[in-house]
Design a protein around this ligand. Sequence first.
Ligand SMILES: [Cu+2]
Length: 83
Amino acid sequence: MKRILLGVILAGAVTGVASAGECPMLQAQIDKEFGKRFDKSAAAAKSLAAEGMALHKAGKHAESVAKYDEAAKAGGIMLQHKK
Ligand SMILES: [Cu+2]
């Protein structure tokens, strides 16, 4: 019984980490692209990315990734996703 429970916990932790790991990677791409840009689309991208980071911190990683895609689109770029 104990062993089964541990397996379930480990499996949950692994999938959690896998999806959680993508958001900071997307944030880094946003920072790299828009960090030194102050035009209107860069500002829009940065504000959407900030919402993405908030979702990430709330544990809503799928929504966070979608928000980062929206941010990239607003800034006219494409993000590299984890394969
Ligand atoms: Cu995340």
